[in-house]
Design a protein around this ligand. Structure first.
Ligand SMILES: [Zn+2]
Length: 460
């Protein structure tokens, strides 16, 4: 067996040394790990009944994108974010587009098919910004995990706007002054920028790189397609994928390794809004800054630490916005938000260290809270982190102020020291937790898409 397959996913230094070097990696599973535990999410349940030809058209798109994925492995990417043989994918996209019910849906899919062939231009991006999509179909060299390969890989996905969750997004964002006021009380110099569009959706189709392990719960377009400066920016958040990950990974880990004054239950109505708002608040957290915030110096000093700390800031400001501002206004218990947040910390840390900046970032937060005493390592049928909502929130406010005076103050030296002291380099505070996670397989979701290959059957 190659040493890769026996790799310790928590071996921080050696994992970090290999980050971004997986261009030739072909396995469906990354990072390399001795074993994986899978839960299945059947995308047939969310695939809309749009006629007999629809699943067949999706199947053809899947085949075309996967053939391109193979070609990239053989030949490389011909030009930045372009396909070797774009025609077959573009043609398959146009076939899928024909089945979409809305004029805007069809137009958007056709524009994206054109972009697959010719690349994006300003006219396409401008027009996409005006379209109101219910069904979105995307194909391209889409960003994969930062620690795996910083260039994109062929991916296609289809999702449907989720009106109920979208209303939550609108409601949460309805009082931006409250968020600004809360941030001002943490640190007088903090500002929040304008959040790009956030589309809550249900995923019904995934092909290519995005169909491998682990799964993304959101894509940010067109940036994840390689277009940096676009007037059209939108997060597509897959609520069903996130729900499956919460049920099969985060919650079991929380049951085993946390002892809090609340339990996050993804099936309970009182918790139903939290995952969407949690991801939304993380996105908004990325836009919290000070007038002089600039990551350039830190990027030059330590690029990995910079990405890790930016994720930490998004998490910390995000959970504080969720628990301190949105939850009271929307009638949600902040204790459930904190329980959700800590369960998600465990899910990310469980993916390993030195592989994913956001996992290292979650480790840093748990380590900070533990070193501060807001979480206490205890042994109750195995190692657990024990804590109470108010204490954890106080610890998070403390970390928010530290971030405001280091990362967001563009102080590279202080930022590097923060990353050293609380990041995975200093493993001791969480060593017993990591020790027990190491013995368990890495967990992921498999998308079941058997229905795509059935022709002549109708979902009706
Ligand atoms: Zn982020």
């Amino acid at each position: 067996m190659s040493d890769k397959l026996t790799a310790d996913r928590f071996a921080y230094e050696s994992n970090l040394a290999a980050a971004g070097s997986y261009r030739a990696h072909r396995s469906a599973f990354w990072p390399p790990s001795r074993s994986y535990a899978l839960a299945c999410l059947d995308l047939a349940d969310t695939t809309p009944a749009l006629g007999d030809g629809f699943p067949a058209a999706l199947a053809a798109l899947k085949t075309a994108v996967e053939a391109e994925w193979q070609r990239v492995k053989e030949l490389g990417i011909p030009a930045r974010r372009r396909f070797n043989e774009p025609e077959s994918v573009a043609e398959a996209m146009r076939e899928v587009a024909k089945h979409l019910p809305g004029e805007d849906d069809r137009r958007a899919a056709e524009l994206r098919a054109h972009a697959v062939q010719e690349g994006y231009d300003d006219a396409i991006l401008q027009e996409l910004a005006t379209l109101q999509e219910e069904f979105t179909v995307v194909a391209g060299q889409i960003s994969t995990w930062y620690g795996k390969d910083v260039r994109g890989l062929p991916t296609a996905f289809g999702c449907r706007a989720d009106e109920t969750r979208q209303r939550l997004v609108t409601e949460a964002l309805a009082a931006p002054d409250e968020v600004a006021a809360r941030l001002g009380r943490l640190h007088a110099d903090l500002r929040v920028g304008e959040l790009p569009a956030f589309g809550a959706a249900e995923l019904f189709f995934m092909a290519g790189e995005g169909n491998l392990h682990p799964k993304h719960i959101a894509y940010f377009l067109p940036e994840d397609e390689g277009v940096k400066y676009s007037p059209f920016k939108k997060t597509y958040y897959f609520a069903n994928t996130h729900h499956a990950l919460l049920e099969s990974v985060s919650v079991p880990l929380a049951e085993q390794h946390l002892r809090l004054d609340a339990r996050f239950d993804p099936a309970a109505p009182r918790c139903a809004a939290i995952p969407t708002l949690g991801v939304l608040s993380h996105e908004l957290g990325h836009f919290v800054h000070r007038p002089a915030t600039d990551f350039k110096e830190l990027n030059a000093a330590d690029r990995w630490a910079s990405v890790v700390l930016q994720e930490v800031a998004a998490d910390v400001f995000g959970i504080l916005i969720l628990a301190d501002v949105w939850a009271p206004r929307l009638g949600i218990d902040p204790a459930d938000c904190v329980a959700y947040y800590l369960a998600e910390c465990l899910r990310y840390v469980d993916r390993g260290l030195g592989r994913f900046p956001d996992s290292d970032g979650m480790f840093l937060q748990l380590s900070y809270l533990t070193q501060l005493g807001a979480l206490e390592p205890v042994d109750e049928n195995g190692p657990r982190l024990a804590g109470e909502t108010e204490t954890v929130l106080a610890g998070l406010r403390s970390l928010a102020r530290v971030l405001a005076d280091s990362l967001l103050a563009s102080d590279a030296q202080r930022s590097v020291r923060l990353h050293q002291r609380y990041g995975p380099t200093t493993a001791a505070p969480l060593s017993s937790l990591v020790e027990i996670l190491r013995q368990e397989p890495l967990k992921s979701i498999e998308y079941t898409q058997e229905h795509l290959h059935a022709t002549g059957t109708s979902a009706s």
